[in-house]
Ligand binder design. Structure first.
Ligand code: AMP
Length: 357
């Protein structure tokens, strides 16, 4: 079997490595800043855990390999200007936007996009970083360091945030996980819930949007599409050409996790429709010390990424899964008592959403 090299050696690369074991695949995450250039053989596969990377000897070498998958897509997705242009070209609904040029004035942005306008960096913004709100009633001007470096988006008055994770193989076969409901706080994903019967009727629309995107790019592997739900309409917020945090629940809650699905697709193994197993919830561990007692709670899987604890940093996640919703609720009650008070809103949200199912 060929080696699957992963550009990036964070938690996503580690979880790809974990998922490789039952496939007897060798997965090797590589740190972009490493001074060791990997030795990649003909026939090996190169994939990524991130859509942007610094220009280093390692990343230059890896991205030039013939086995580098989806080489064309990263330029189109990593830069929001190109990503939004691609969505417009495909006729996929996204928040109305325009480019912030060196001479763009707040007045013209408000005239086109409304009173509240969200500036987003063209590159490098993630987890809510690289965003800036412009409020007309506060007379905000476009900050000079945003001129020529961003796009501006209309504020979407969304009902909720949903994401779809799908995969496509080399022959164009596509499979999808059920739509996932996500809670973000300050742009950071805090919790996900899947599946949800109440949004099942939106699944075909979501699949046709992501399917069109993957087909148009001849994409191979897992891709995630983050959406706003506004009434019965889905509006794409952003795409991730990789495994995604809102798909972590699939480790416990689907017969094939997103990590295994990605490896199957890129290495030419069969992909299949990933039936879910019961009810899943994922809680992200953000800026909180690890609590060993989390591990004692039934129906949970704890992932700890081994990073230093810093406020706002993704340090791990907990998957809760059970065929019966009431056992998921019991586990959440126990977990709530072991999390700091600033997680009360997250647990309240999850419990409220579960009770609506
Ligand atoms: P992003 O960095 O694009 O993933 O955005 C992070 C979060 O900011 C999203 O999950 C939304 O909660 C919020 N957000 C992004 N774009 C918009 C928008 N156009 N209107 C309202 N909220 C937004």
């Amino acid at each position: 079997m060929p080696t699957v090299w992963v550009l990036g050696a964070g938690q996503l690369g580690a979880m790809l490595k974990q998922a490789a074991y039952p496939l007897a695949l060798h997965v090797e995450p590589v740190e972009p800043e490493s001074d060791q250039i990997p030795s990649i053989n003909d026939g090996d596969i190169v994939t990524v855990e991130r859509e942007q990377w610094p220009d280093t000897p390692v990343t230059r070498y890896m991205s030039q390999q013939s086995g580098f998958m989806n080489a064309d897509i990263f330029g189109k997705i990593a830069d929001r200007f190109h990503q939004k242009t691609m969505l417009d070209t495909l006729g996929i609904t996204t928040a109305p936007w325009r480019s912030v040029e060196v001479d763009t004035k707040a007045e013209s942005l408000h005239a086109e996009l409304g009173r509240d306008v969200l500036l987003k960096r063209r590159e490098g913004g993630y987890d809510g970083k690289g965003q800036y709100w412009l409020y007309e009633d506060q007379g905000d001007e476009v900050p000079t360091d945003w001129l020529g470096t961003g796009i501006a988006e209309k504020k979407i008055p969304f009902n909720e945030e949903l994401s779809l994770v799908g995969a496509r193989d080399k022959n164009g076969k596509k499979v999808f996980y059920p739509l996932t409901l996500n809670l973000h706080s300050n742009g950071i994903l805090m919790a996900s819930i899947a599946p949800l019967a109440r949004v099942a009727h939106l699944q075909p629309m979501a699949e046709s949007m992501l399917g069109k995107i993957m087909d148009s790019a001849n994409y191979v592997g897992v891709m995630a599409m983050e959406c706003f739900r506004v009434g019965e309409q889905l509006i794409v917020n952003e795409l991730a050409p990789r495994v995604h945090n809102s798909g972590h629940w699939t480790q416990a809650g689907a017969c094939v996790s997103q990590f295994e699905m990605h490896l199957r697709a890129v290495s030419g193994l069969p992909i299949k429709s990933p039936e879910e197993r019961g009810q899943s919830v994922m809680i992200n561990v953000i800026g909180v010390e690890r609590e060993i007692d989390w591990m004692k709670i039934p129906s949970t899987q704890c992932y700890w990424y081994g990073k230093d604890v810093r406020p706002g940093r993704k340090l791990g996640h907990i998957n809760i899964n059970h065929p019966k919703k009431k056992f998921v609720q019991t586990a959440l009650d126990e977990l709530r008592g072991l999390f700091p008070d600033n997680y009360a809103d997250v647990f309240d949200w999850v419990e409220r959403e579960l009770s609506r199912l």
